[in-house]
Design a protein around this ligand. Structure first.
Ligand SMILES: [Zn+2]
Length: 391
């Protein structure tokens, strides 16, 4: 079965070399024109003929990508959800050493450490640099058996910093047989401020369990630094930039930790031949997490949605079955009654069952083991969600 994984390269428009920056308005025009066509095409139910050059190339690659990634209903409905603002899709080649240039839209040139974007405007080429980190990730995907099959390019605003960036999403494809799960790896994200609690379960047995935690003391320390800088900034209008810089640093630390945690979880799943079962928090418990019980300086905000996307994407890439389930932490796994909540996040049932709240999902996984281990896992195409721009 073919699995896809995207690697997104980001370039801040303000930091592009001048010879690249001067080509951006023209690329933006092509993007806008293509989006106009795509919107019309979707509205026509897919019956609109292909546009003229250079848009013809993008229309063909767009349809090809939709078919390859198995986007259901692409032709009937258009890709209505994200389709209003599709990226420019290119065919792509990865050059690892001295392979011949196949004149595809994107050439990722490892020896020259650059990405060339072509076919968008009469032989005009945009050449972007590749960082060491990007090269490393590309080579890692290649070592895992991934082949570069296409690339998506778009210009848009970063959701976080609001800076306008040029994005290049390299999509790799890999053939892999789905793993046959013998165990379950239960991941509890209900207590994100405490990290991720996990347990490997085999029938009634807990094989191993643990908690992955970010460096909380370091983050709390940085939060104190921010508070101090913020008050200096408010009173004297000084050191405001420093405060922003420390905030960015926390943000990066958390994102890096989330990536590492997802890697570790999927690594454990492969090691134990376990299907990943993520206990989904409901809206109520998310709200409780955000508002309740914890002193604000002790709150460390991990991005639940992002962890979830990382976990799902990585699990798919390695052929690890992945499933999201609600495993209630306040309903008794023995008798099904609503449990009483005790101090220190413990819960107790009338039937005598008592446990730490965060461990209840593990009991649920043990109880539902036969049902959860059956391979009814769906492998949604998380790929285009990554390759397509969010806004
Ligand atoms: Zn009970």
């Amino acid at each position: 079965m073919g699995k896809y994984r995207a690697l997104v390269l980001k370039y801040n428009l303000l930091r592009l070399p001048p010879e690249v920056a001067e080509k951006i308005p023209a690329l933006l025009r092509v993007q806008e024109e293509f989006r106009k066509w795509a919107a019309e095409w979707a509205k026509s139910g897919g019956s609109l003929p292909p546009p003229e050059r250079p848009l013809k190339y993008f229309a063909e690659e767009f349809l090809h990508a939709g078919n390859a990634l198995g986007l259901k209903g692409l032709k009937k409905n258009g890709i209505e959800v994200r389709g209003a603002r599709p990226p420019l899709i290119f065919d792509a080649q990865l050059r690892l050493s001295k392979e011949r240039d196949k004149s595809r839209g994107i050439l990722v040139d490892i020896p020259r450490r650059g990405v060339r974007i072509r076919k968008w405007n009469n032989g005009n080429t945009i050449t972007l640099p590749l960082t060491d980190k990007a090269v490393e990730l590309i080579l890692e995907r290649t070592r895992e058996g991934g082949k570069l099959v296409m690339a998506a390019v778009w210009i848009g605003r970063s959701r976080r910093s609001r800076a306008v960036k040029l994005y290049v999403a390299l999509t790799f494809r890999r053939e892999i047989a789905p793993m046959e799960a013998e165990r379950l790896l239960v991941v509890d994200v209900n207590a994100l401020h405490n990290g991720l609690a996990w347990a490997v379960v085999e029938g009634e047995r807990i094989v191993e369990k643990g908690v992955l935690k970010p460096n909380i003391s370091k983050i709390l320390h940085l939060q104190k630094v921010i508070a101090r800088l913020d008050s200096v900034c408010a009173e004297k209008d000084e050191r405001c930039g420093e405060a922003m810089a420390v905030k960015s640093r926390i943000w990066r630390l958390l994102r890096e930790w989330e990536d590492e945690a997802a890697k570790k979880i999927v690594g454990l799943a492969r090691q134990y031949k376990a299907a990943v079962v993520v206990d989904m928090p409901n809206d109520e418990s998310m709200r409780e997490l955000k508002e309740g019980g914890y002193a604000s300086e002790k709150k460390v905000f991990l991005n639940f949605g992002r962890i979830r996307r990382r976990l799902r994407g990585l699990a798919e890439w390695y052929g690890v079955p992945y499933r999201e389930e609600r495993l209630y932490s306040t309903v008794c796994p023995r008798c099904g009654r609503k449990m009483e909540e005790l101090p220190n996040r413990r819960v107790k049932c009338q039937c005598g069952f008592e446990a730490h709240r965060d461990e209840v999902p593990i009991y649920w996984a043990q109880r539902r083991f036969p049902d959860l281990i059956t391979p009814s896992f769906s492998s949604s195409s998380a790929v285009l969600r990554i390759t397509a721009p969010a806004a």
